[in-house]
Design a protein around this ligand. Structure first.
Ligand SMILES: Nc1ncnc2c1ncn2[C@@H]1O[C@H](COP(=O)(O)OP(=O)(O)OP(=O)(O)O)[C@@H](O)[C@H]1O
Ligand SMILES: [Mg+2]
Length: 286
C-alpha cells in the first residue's frame, strides 16, 4: 500500500513508490518535481516498477499521466490487476477518446490520462493534418513518425490540458510515467541527449514527478537512449544475473543516483509476487 507523501528534514516533499523497502531506501520516495529513470534489460521489472509508481500516486490523490509504448493500456490494466492495482477504479481517460471526442472531458475532473500507442498514432495524424492545413511554419512542422519526441511532447501537453494544468503556473502535485523512452529514438540514437533536454524543458512543471524507463543492452552495457542518464535526477538500475550461469531468473535493483537524497547504496534482491508486485530485500555484502 502507498504511504502518504512525507516531508523529510531537508524540507523535500517525497513521492513514494508504494514499495516499502524502496521508499525507505529513498528517505520516503523520489523528491517531488524530479525526473527518475529506471534502466535495465528486458524482463527485469521496469514496467511493473512504473505501475507501482503510478498506482501509489493515484492512491495519494495525485493525477497521473501514463504513457505506454509497448502495448495498449488494456494490457497494462490486465498486468496490474495481477498485482491488485486496479487502474480501472480511477476511470482512465485515453488520449484517443479525448482527441476523437468520444469522451467529453472537463479539465480538472480527470485522475488518470492514458497515452498508449493508439493515442500516439492519433496525435501524430492530427499533427500531420495540421501541418498540411497550415503549411510550413512553427506550428506546421511535420513529425517524422508517430514514435517521435515531437508527438510525445504534444501528447503529454494535451494530457496537461485535460488535467487543467496551465503553462507557467504550478500545477497540483502529479506524476508522469513514460514506459518506455527507448522507442522514441530507435532511429536517431545519437540525438538522444539533445532530445532528452528538449523534452524535459517542454514538459517541465514544478510539481510533476516523472518516472521514465529505458532499455539497457547487457551485451554492450549501453542504454538505448544514452543521454537520458545525464538529464535524469535519479537512476534506478535493474538487472538480472546471467541466466545461463545461475540457471534461474535472479533480479536485482540498485539506486545509482537520486539528487537531494541520502539514498541507500545497497543492492536489493527483487521478487515479483503474484497479488503484490515488486518486493525488495536488501543484499548484505559478505
Ligand atoms: N503475475 C505475476 N506474478 C509473478 N511474476 C510476474 C507476474 N507477471 C509478470 N511477472 C514477471 O515480470 C516479468 C515482466 O516484468 P516487466 O514487464 O516489468 O519487465 P520490463 O523490465 O519492463 O521488460 P521490457 O524491457 O521487456 O519491457 C515477467 O517476465 C515475469 O517474470
Ligand atoms: Mg517493460
Amino acid at each position: 500500500m502507498a504511504q502518504s507523501t512525507t516531508q523529510t528534514t531537508q524540507n523535500i516533499v517525497r513521492e513514494p513508490f508504494g514499495i516499502e523497502a524502496l521508499d525507505t531506501a529513498l528517505e520516503g520516495g523520489a523528491p517531488r518535481g524530479t525526473w527518475v529513470l529506471a534502466t535495465g534489460e528486458p524482463g527485469v521489472g521496469k514496467s511493473i516498477l512504473a505501475m507501482h509508481f503510478a498506482w501509489a500516486g493515484l492512491q495519494n490523490g495525485e493525477p497521473v499521466i501514463y504513457v505506454t509504448t509497448e502495448s495498449s493500456f488494456k494490457d497494462i490494466v490486465r498486468q496490474a490487476d495481477q498485482f491488485n492495482m486496479r487502474f480501472m477504479d480511477y476511470r482512465p481517460v485515453s488520449l484517443v477518446d479525448a482527441l476523437t471526442g468520444r469522451v467529453k472531458v472537463k479539465p480538472g475532473e480527470v485522475n488518470l490520462v492514458v497515452i498508449d500507442l493508439f493515442g500516439l498514432y492519433r496525435q501524430y495524424r492530427e499533427m500531420l493534418k495540421a501541418s498540411e492545413e497550415e503549411g510550413e511554419g512553427e506550428r506546421g512542422r511535420r513529425p517524422s513518425r508517430a514514435l517521435s519526441i515531437e508527438v510525445l511532447e504534444a501528447s503529454v501537453a494535451k494530457a496537461y490540458e485535460l488535467l487543467g494544468f496551465e503553462e507557467g503556473r504550478p500545477s497540483e502535485p502529479s506524476r508522469l510515467i513514460i514506459d518506455s523512452m527507448t522507442a522514441f529514438w530507435a532511429d536517431k540514437p545519437a540525438m538522444a541527449r539533445a532530445f532528452s533536454y528538449r523534452l524535459r524543458q517542454a514538459l517541465y512543471r514544478q510539481n510533476i514527478t516523472a518516472l521514465l524507463t529505458s532499455q539497457y543492452a547487457p551485451t554492450t552495457e549501453m542504454s538505448f537512449g544514452f543521454g537520458l542518464e545525464h538529464i535524469a535526477d535519479g537512476i534506478i538500475h535493474m538487472w538480472m544475473d546471467n541466466v545461463t550461469e545461475v540457471k534461474e531468473v535472479r533480479r536485482w535493483l540498485i539506486i545509482k543516483k537520486m539528487r537531494m537524497t541520502n539514498h541507500s547504496k545497497k543492492a536489493y534482491k527483487v521478487e515479483i509476487q503474484p497479488g503484490k508486485g515488486i518486493e525488495l530485500e536488501e543484499y548484505e555484502n559478505e
